[in-house]
Design a protein around this ligand. Structure first.
Ligand SMILES: O=c1[nH]c(=O)c2[nH]c(=O)[nH]c2[nH]1
Length: 301
């Protein structure tokens, strides 16, 4: 028999993943809908369920799923995913004394109201893009501390000019040809955290407006910046977001550089190089991957 006496649980967290809900709000003739995928995980005095097969401390993962559904039924805010996530975590901490923290991760899928004959349709929607909104809530009973992270992901953008890349470090391993005019395409994955606060203060943050603002700055900057590199454009986005939204503590981007390379037609005696490039090959792989987290230097206290 092996000796397990020095083995212990360092961390344990469990719950339900991929809880999918469609919440419909009926407002007279007009209906609104929100489709989410939710993960709810719990931490607390649960180690004996692992170490002693003690199921009495387990709030079942099935109950976690029910919790998401019931809070969605009662909530007026399902569309405001940061607030809805806090409603779930608050419910869990009120209901289960031995649970010390709740972790809620939400993905909001896109349903945009259809326009029919020039007018918004009262109950029909279209998936007009695969980009998603995300929210993560870490809610600790101790001090009622709540950390909120918002995000946007899978936002695919492309510009056909207004992007260059030259002056980079070169050595005997460098083959990249400098470019003064190239296609720039990326799938934006951005996450921003909020200055950590207790529940009541966080409820006052206008998460939806900040999300719309981050998306607008991201898209506007992508389009209008005369890009020197993915790195430089990324930081330009971060600077504007931190300047505009004091509630945002830091902002991270993960930007794949999805390469489009001019097709070599020289053997066909066709000029498709330099200024005359008009046929490109979209490369499936590899892609660059440019990431950075930006925040404020500690302010005068
Ligand atoms: O904007 C860019 N940043 C890089 O770091 C890089 N590296 C590369 O090969 N192409 C590019 N483009």
């Amino acid at each position: 028999m092996s000796d397990n006496s020095n083995i212990y649980i360092k961390h344990a967290r469990y719950g339900k993943d991929l809880v999918r809900i469609m919440r419909v709000y009926k407002e007279g003739n007009v209906q609104h809908c929100t489709e989410l995928t939710v993960r709810l995980l719990l931490e607390g005095d649960i180690n004996t369920s692992y170490t002693k097969a003690d199921n009495s401390v387990i709030v079942t993962t099935d109950t976690c799923k029910n919790t998401v559904n019931v809070v969605a039924k009662r909530s007026d805010h399902v569309d405001n995913i940061e607030v809805f996530g806090q409603e779930i975590s608050e419910h869990v901490l009120k209901q289960y004394a031995h649970i010390s923290a709740a972790f809620v991760d939400i993905i909001k899928h896109k349903w945009t109201r259809l326009i029919v004959d020039g007018k918004p349709h009262p109950h029909s929607f279209v998936r007009d893009g695969e980009d998603i909104q995300t929210a993560s809530i870490q809610h600790y009973r101790a001090g009622d501390q709540i950390n909120v992270t918002s995000g946007l992901d899978k936002l695919l953008v492309l510009k056909t000019t207004g992007s260059a890349f030259h002056g980079f470090y070169t050595d005997e391993y460098t083959t990249l040809v400098p470019s003064w005019d190239r296609i720039f395409s990326t799938s934006v994955d951005a996450k921003w955290t909020f200055v950590s606060k207790s529940g009541a203060a966080l409820r006052k943050v206008d998460f939806k407006a900040i999300h719309a603002g981050v998306k607008k700055i991201t898209c506007d900057t992508f389009a209008t910046d005369d890009s020197a590199s993915v790195q430089a454009t990324l930081y330009l986005m971060q600077q504007q977001i931190l300047a505009k939204f004091p509630a945002v503590a830091d902002i991270s981007y993960s930007l794949p550089n999805k390469h489009y390379v001019g097709v070599d037609m020289s053997k066909l005696n066709i000029d498709n190089a330099g200024k005359n490039t008009s046929v490109y090959h979209p490369q499936a792989d590899p892609s660059g991957l440019i990431t950075a987290v930006a925040g404020r230097k500690s302010s005068k206290l």
